[in-house]
Design a protein around this ligand. Structure first.
Ligand SMILES: [Zn+2]
Ligand SMILES: [Zn+2]
Length: 120
């Protein structure tokens, strides 16, 4: 509405998260995900500290995109200049920030992907 910049990949700056999960617990089953609200994508910087190892504590950081309301992760990566704007594990084609449709690749439906080992 107010001239939102799209230079950041379609999300707004979110909080920095320290050693917490950025997504809602059980988000795939959360009915709020598909209740029709417009997901408010925000980019969070997730910082994890891992104890152990020769150097003691390791710090890793990772940008993640989630909905500020329901905690659902977004399909498109925060580093993709034209990310998919649907929620993760959505049905149908990817719909990107710039309105492109892309087939879903590398993701098998549950029926096909449940048992990766060959069973005869
Ligand atoms: Zn949402
Ligand atoms: Zn997608």
């Amino acid at each position: 509405m107010s001239g939102e910049s799209q230079s950041g990949g379609g999300f707004r700056p979110g909080p920095i998260l320290l050693d917490v999960t950025p997504f809602a617990t059980g988000w795939e089953q959360d009915s709020r995900i598909d209740d029709g609200h417009a997901h408010a994508w925000e980019r969070c910087l997730l910082i994890r500290t891992d104890g152990g190892g020769v150097d003691g504590v390791a710090v890793r950081w990772e940008p993640v995109v989630r909905c500020a309301d329901c905690g659902c992760p977004r399909c498109g990566s925060s580093s993709d200049p034209d990310p998919c704007m649907e929620r993760r594990h959505h049905d149908g084609l990817h719909i990107t920030l710039h309105g492109r449709f892309e087939p879903v690749g590398g993701y098998l439906p549950p029926e096909a992907g449940e048992h990766p080992e060959q069973q005869t």
